[in-house]
Design a protein around this ligand. Structure first.
Ligand code: SF4
Ligand code: SF4
Length: 461
């Protein structure tokens, strides 16, 4: 498994090199080089911000299609809690679940039902294991990936419990095997995902060796199909829902922490807010907390880039649905074994942002970065293809760019060249003796202009 696998990728032919995405990427993973965006895979956390930002739709999310159902004899859909918030006037989530069955699935298992198990288990775990307070929720894979590459001191605070979608997959597979007698490989466990981050989890999970989820389809890919089935489903509704208010509440920011029945929690959503909270936690500015819920998307999972509804409207809809649901979770988690519940692989720090192989080398390279940075105008204009002047200075030190990528430095050099050439032409007396040297010097100026021109066209040495 590629530990830096990503679901987010670039369709190069659609990219105009407009540099909008480089400014939005929270990990500064994107550069525009030779007129096209490129993602540094070690930095990317699959948050989907660039997918949202790109007006040319050049950033895409690699995922499965509904056709994947054909690969299995028996299929179970795992709808994310935020799916319920995508539809208007939902009076009974069983209608949505029945409409999902009509897509060709044999059964559904709500991720929200598993979320209730995870809520109860988390509450117990956090109460007992006080040594690493505050625990950081691990339900958002982008947050785990961000901590893995940027916050090594916070890794020990990660809650080592599998996310609800994994628990749902484990239970769904076992139930399907019992019901059908089929072997595991003939059963397809298929997640209806709200975001790129969770798609990446399915293809390259952190915290566990292997996921029980076989495929991940974007909610936006099946939304209109489910909607089309809902009228009929309202007439033939099957009772399929097991989830209560606690589990469905996971679909929006703060819902997860609320289920822990403590005031000693903090919940933040939106990747920039998440980073601020993690920085404050690292700087020991936060105290007295037991639990921190962090969601990379604004509004929580309702804001996932593969959802279709405005996240703020979706939050209101989910709240409304929740009012009609019962509270049921407390004893459910007793049914799950530790083996199913907990991570079986440690998340390990990946020092991808560090310069050099050791402290001394890193310090020397940082000095170089500072020296180069001082030459730049510090406008962070992005024209060089890097998100900030500092990022360009780092790229230069790593050998991935040169100073001429900075249009302001280039402009100064062109001006100097023009002044030098003018004074040379004015000051030089041309006669039979000097003509050879005169032509040679002119050739040198022409060569320099050609080099500057190639830099203007964003060529990288
Ligand atoms: S936003 Fe990024 S990916 Fe989209 S066209 Fe602009 S540079 Fe290319
Ligand atoms: S998915 Fe997020 S982290 Fe990855 S390149 Fe896009 S904005 Fe950056």
């Amino acid at each position: 498994m590629d530990k830096f696998f990503h679901s987010v990728y670039l369709r190069e032919e659609l990219c105009s090199g407009c540099i909008n995405c480089i400014k939005r990427c929270p990990t500064e993973a994107i550069r525009v080089r030779n007129g096209k965006a490129c993602i540094t895979k070690e930095f990317c956390i699959d948050c989907g911000e660039c997918v949202r930002t790109c007006q040319n739709h050049a950033k895409k999310i690699q995922r499965d299609s509904i056709e994947c159902l054909k690969d299995y004899e028996y299929t179970v859909a795992l709808p994310a809690p935020s799916l319920y918030s995508q539809f208007n006037n939902v009076t009974d989530v069983n209608i949505i679940l029945t409409a999902i069955l009509e897509l060709g699935f044999n059964d559904v298992y709500e991720v929200a039902a598993a979320a209730e198990i995870v809520s109860a288990a988390t509450k117990e775990y956090v109460d007992i294991h006080r040594e690493n307070w505050p625990y950081i929720s691990t339900a958002c894979p982008s947050v785990v990936r961000l901590i893995r590459v940027r916050f090594p001191n916070l890794i020990e605070h990660l809650l080592p419990i599998n996310p609800p979608v994994e628990i749902a997959a484990i239970f769904a597979r076992r139930a399907a095997m019992r019901k059908t007698g089929l072997p595991s490989e003939k059963i397809g466990i298929i997640f209806l995902s709200p975001c790129s981050s969770k798609i990446t989890y399915v293809k390259a999970p952190l915290g566990i060796e292997k996921t029980e989820i076989d495929c991940a389809i974007g909610i936006s890919d099946v939304y209109s199909l489910i909607l089309a089935n809902m009228k009929q489903a309202a007439q033939t509704t099957k009772i399929l829902s097991n989830a209560g208010r606690i589990g469905v509440g996971w679909g929006k920011g703060g819902g997860e922490a609320l289920a822990l029945e403590t005031d000693a929690y903090l919940a933040a959503d939106g990747i920039e807010n998440v980073i601020r909270v993690l920085e404050d936690l690292e700087d020991e500015k936060l105290s007295g907390l037991r639990y921190i819920e962090l969601d990379a998307c604004s509004g929580g999972c309702v804001g996932g880039v593969l959802n279709v509804e405005n996240p703020f409207i979706a939050q209101t809809k989910l709240k409304k649905i929740n009012e009609s649901l019962p509270i049921r979770y407390i004893s459910e988690h007793r049914k799950i074994s530790d083996r199913d519940l907990f991570w079986d692989v440690d998340v390990v720090y990946e020092p991808v942002f560090e310069l050099g192989d050791n402290f001394i080398e890193g310090a020397a390279l940082m000095t170089q970065v500072q020296e180069i940075y001082q030459k730049f105008p510090k406008l962070d204009c992005g024209i060089c293809g890097a998100p900030t002047c500092k990022a360009l200075a780092e790229d230069i030190v790593k050998g991935n760019a040169n100073e001429h990528a900075c249009i302001h430095i280039l402009k100064d050099q062109i001006h100097k060249l023009s002044m030098d050439a003018t004074s040379f032409a004015n000051d030089t007396v041309i006669n039979e003796d000097s003509v050879y040297g005169y032509v040679q010097t002119l050739k040198e100026y022409i060569n320099e202009i050609a080099v500057l021109d190639s830099h203007l066209n964003h060529d990288v040495d």
